[in-house]
Design a protein around this ligand. Sequence first.
Ligand code: Q46
Ligand code: ZN
Ligand code: ZN
Length: 307
Amino acid sequence: MKCRTCGAKAAVNMRHHRLSLCSEHFLRWLPNYVQRTIEKYNMFTFEDRLLIAVSGGKDSLSLWDILHLLGYQTEGVYIDLGIDENFLYSQKSFKAAVSFAEARGLNLTVYDVKEMQGEIIAETAVRTRRGRNKPCSVCGLVKRHAMNTSALKGKFDVLVTAHNLDDEAAILLSNVLDWSLDFLSRGYPVHPAGPGFSKKAKPLCRTYERETAAYAVLSKIDYMQEECPFSTDSKQIYYKQFLNQWEDRMPGTKLRFYNNYLKALYNGAFPVGQDNKDVLSQNLCPNCGQPTQTGGLCAFCSLYIHE
Ligand code: Q46
Ligand code: ZN
Ligand code: ZN
């Protein structure tokens, strides 16, 4: 397989794009592709201050590297969740994020959940009996809240997350299987700011996970290779495996599935309905000021405060 641009030995073969590239040309091609996604969905401009949510993994560090190289004004936030009780996973991912930022002279702030809330999420999950063995629902709530708080506090224009095409296609498949019109009506890759929440964007939404992995390896980014110890056995992983089987037989399946959904969404195929409480609600949490479906405390504050 040869590089389409220079004829040298190809390092990456992207059957879904019918494109093979050598290392040098792939490392130029991917940032251009991400830039085209940013422009297509009007995600942000070079004047905006971007806060990148960084986990220390290949997706978030590749994304930060790409946005920095493209010339965007970026800072990172690492959320120290304390997922495993012996902190091995958290320590390693933290180290990867810090070394990346230091090597490039970029600013990384840390949101330490233990410091802010007095306990790690593993402890919160046990205390609130919300996932004794698997703290994912508590983790998701805390992460969303911490990212939003950090973006608002730092007065960033956009909160940027590294969800890739594999993530988005798996979420879409799950929502289609459930016919969840509520979620389907708001699966945009960019969300405007509103009362109590910052603007959000996902510039890797059309980038395959194996492309961010190839980018991280070829550009020698020292990323955290292990997955979260709780990421096994989830419904999303099962959907990803399923989509990968389709992709193997019919390259481009994931991209078509997601791209055509976005076309339908932007053409108004899923109007905002009565159920879309998050979007329609003007209720703000009396404790933190972030949106909530009820008039009382938001789901995050309810984890720590009893009314
Ligand atoms: S939710 Fe669950 Fe993830 Fe949190 S506890 Fe790990 S697997 S990190 S995306
Ligand atoms: Zn080449
Ligand atoms: Zn709250």
